[in-house]
Design a protein around this ligand. Sequence first.
Ligand code: AMP
Length: 380
Amino acid sequence: MNIGVLGGGQLARMMAQAGSSLGLKFMFLCPDSHACAAPYGEHLCAPYDDKLAQEHLAKWADVVTYEFENIPLPLVESLQQQIPLHPASSVLSVARDRLPEKLLFHTLGIPTAKFTPVDSLEMLINALEDINPPAILKTRTQGYDGKGQALLLKGSDLSAIWKEIGEVTCIVESMVKFRREISIIAARNQKGDMVFYPVSENHHRDGILRLSISRQNDAMQVAAEAKIRKIMDNLGYVGVMTLELFQVGDQLFANELAPRVHNSGHWTIEATETSQFENHLRAICGLPLGRTSSTQTTAMVNLVGRLPEESGIRNIPGASLHFYGKTKRPGRKLGHVTLTSSDYSPEEFEIGLAALLKLAGEAELASRKFFNSTPLTQCN
Ligand code: AMP
């Protein structure tokens, strides 16, 4: 089958890597002339609204998908008229905009941080009467990796913040004092069959994911599965979805959903029989979904802005290195490393992870203990 992908970054690249063993062929529509997925298929280097490129893609592909939610909705709507496309444009219209996304969570009885829409400075001032600072102002669309967000404190200069964020439609959210951030990834096919991956525990710095840990038998697995199942069934979803959650005590609050494969699931390449990338392709191609269980603790460390010396990483047993072939830029995700635990005792795994985090420039995370006796995952 021929798979058309909107976007040509590392998610599209890893999708194509997984798809090659399924005998799939790929074409990427991506305006970036250095699209890192390009070596794995045909690259249509054109703006997303280029009619000729759209026609070419629609003629060539058997099914179209996308690797991120910040693509123009009209493009997805138009392609969907011509060719099977998953996840559907109705899903994208919810997932790309924080307001309908939060409203969906509420309709389904899934708790979130307190929030209110804000379309003007006056509404922002009023919002803070209701939601006590500290709070967060988030643009409704186009936000990623902590971009399009501002912290609102008591006494903040709201007029300056409103200008800085671009005077665009936003929401204000109360700050959640979470114990952990986790995500759950699931795949659903056209028949409504679903598979779930073990949850990931996520650690961010400067709004960018730095570390994901997948532990054995995470206590929040069942609750997280129930929430993502509700959402996917409600949307009639086809493909892989990711749900980001805040854990407060033993309760889960939905933060946001991603209608796609996700950075917090890169460890599935090494640790599960069927990676998130392969299951996304299976779902959109109408193939049976593959098994998702993992029998080991796994960690994934992002390489952001700079690349550590390769030999250092290769010397850590159980470390699998993935470079994305992108040029260096501060804050840019250039690769990741997955650390699997099959060769390790828990203590050795902790030491290996600390060494890896140090090499990745994550000194603060490297100094933490993730596998000590503190029952991080027991919440009754
Ligand atoms: P987001 O783009 O909504 O995923 O936000 C990026 C990161 O900011 C999250 O992963 C959290 O670490 C933090 N964050 C976002 N919203 C909240 C919130 N309401 N309360 C506390 N932290 C938040």
